[in-house]
Design a protein around this ligand. Structure first.
Ligand code: B12
Length: 163
C-alpha cells in the first residue's frame, strides 16, 4: 500500500479543525435533528461535539466553558424553543468566556409553525446571533451563517447585555 492515509487512525490530527457544539435544550428529547446538524457542520469542516437531547442548562454552560467552541448550534423542535431559548441564551451570555461566542438556535421553535417576528427579535435581543425557524432551507441558512462567520465576526446589532 502507498500514499498518505485518509484518517489519523483514531488519534487527534495535529491541527484539529475548530470545534462546534451541537445541542438541544433541557425539555427537548428529539435526536435526529441533532444528527442532521452534526453531519451538516462536519461537512463544513468543523469538529462537532454533540451534547444530545435534554441537556440541562448547567451542563450546556459547563461544556461550552470547557470547550470554548467556535460556535454553539442549538436545536429545538418540541415547541418550547422560545421559552427554553430565552432562558438558555441568558445563562450562556452570563458565563464569562461565552459572552461573544456565536450562538444560533433553530428548528420548530413554537407550535404555530411560523414563529412571529416579534419572538425572533426577542431571541436576538436576548443574545442569539441568528434564529432559524423552520421555513427556510436549514442547510442553506446554516451554511450561509458559517460562511459569514468565516468572513468576519457576527453582527452584534440587537444583542442585549448579558445578565
Ligand atoms: C420522531 C419524533 C418524536 C420521537 C423522537 C425520537 C428521537 N429519538 O428523536 C418521540 C416519540 C420521542 C417524540 C416525542 C415528542 N414529540 Co415529536 N416528533 C417526531 C417526528 C415524527 C419526527 C422528528 C424527526 O426526527 N425529524 C427528522 C429530523 C432530521 O428533522 P427535524 O427534527 O424536523 O429538524 C429539521 C428542522 O427543524 C431543522 N432544524 C432543527 N433544528 C435546527 C437548528 C438549526 C440551527 C437549524 C438551522 C435548523 C434546524 O433542520 C432539520 C432537518 O430539516 C416529528 C414530526 C415530523 N414529521 O417532523 C414530531 C414532532 C417534532 N414532535 C412533536 C411533539 C409535540 C412531541 C411531544 C411533545 C409529544 C408528546 N405529547 O409527548 C414529545 C416531546 C418530547 C420531548 N420532551 O421533547 C411535534 C412538535 C410540535 C411543534 N414544534 O410545533 C412534532 C412536530 C409533531 C407534530 N406535528 O406535532 N417525537
Amino acid at each position: 500500500m502507498s500514499g498518505t492515509p485518509d484518517t489519523t487512525g483514531g488519534r487527534a490530527p495535529d491541527h484539529a479543525p475548530r470545534t462546534v457544539v451541537v445541542t438541544s435544550m433541557a425539555s427537548d428529547a428529539h435526536t435526529w435533528n441533532l444528527v442532521f446538524l452534526q453531519l451538516l457542520i462536519e461537512e463544513l469542516g468543523y469538529r462537532v461535539v454533540n451534547l444530545g437531547p435534554c441537556v440541562p442548562d448547567e451542563v450546556l454552560v459547563e461544556e461550552c466553558r470547557d470547550l470554548r467552541p467556535a460556535m454553539v448550534v442549538i436545536s429545538s423542535v418540541n415547541g418550547h424553543g422560545y421559552q427554553d431559548g430565552m432562558r438558555v441564551i441568558r445563562r450562556l451570555r452570563a458565563a464569562d468566556p461565552l459572552a461573544t461566542t456565536p450562538v444560533v438556535v433553530g428548528g420548530k421553535l413554537g407550535v404555530t409553525g411560523d414563529e412571529d417576528s416579534e419572538r425572533v427579535a426577542e431571541l436576538m435581543a436576548a443574545g442569539f446571533d441568528a434564529v432559524f425557524d423552520d421555513g427556510a432551507d436549514p442547510a442553506a441558512a446554516l451554511r450561509g451563517f458559517v460562511h459569514s462567520l468565516q468572513a468576519g465576526p457576527p453582527a452584534l446589532a440587537g444583542r442585549a447585555p448579558a445578565g
